[in-house]
Write a protein of this length. Structure first.
Length: 143
């Protein structure tokens, strides 16, 4: 196996774990709404999840390990990516904030500040903030 194959394999495994974690959050209430399904469809495409892998993960999201971001900076980067996906196409409609709040909690943000962080994240996306601005603004929002 070449070095590039190893990198590709590791990248795909991480994406599957990331997608699996999002599926767990989306299905935690036992119901997958049409809006959530459309969001997962789009996300699978972006994460290069094949149709077979997609169905496999939907059937058993516990099969792939979660690769949680350990540092606050990495959590913010994932929040930025998820926020953009939730916001950009408005696939989730009025459920955007609710779903993003569940994702933020799953990323490790606390219930005490998650609503504020989600509001800030969505407001930054309205202003077309890039990743650096997003991380800076959320990191310094309490200062």
């Amino acid at each position: 196996m070449s070095f590039s194959d190893l990198f590709d394999s590791e990248f795909k495994t991480r994406n599957k774990g990331h997608f699996s974690a999002i599926v767990r959050v989306a299905t935690a209430d036992g119901d997958l709404s049409p809006e959530e399904r459309a969001f997962l469809d789009k996300l699978a495409t972006r994460l290069e999840i094949s149709p077979a892998e997609y169905e496999e993960i939907l059937e058993n999201p516990l099969r792939y390990p979660i690769n949680p971001p350990y540092s606050y900076a990495h959590r913010l980067e994932r929040l930025y990516d998820l926020s953009r996906m939730v916001y950009v196409d408005h696939v989730l409609g009025p459920k955007q904030k609710e779903v993003l709040t569940r994702f933020a909690l799953a990323l490790g943000f606390t219930p005490g500040n998650v609503n504020f962080i989600v509001e800030k994240a969505l407001s930054l996306l309205v202003m077309n903030a890039d990743l650096d601005t997003f991380v800076f603004e959320i990191t310094h929002m309490n200062k």
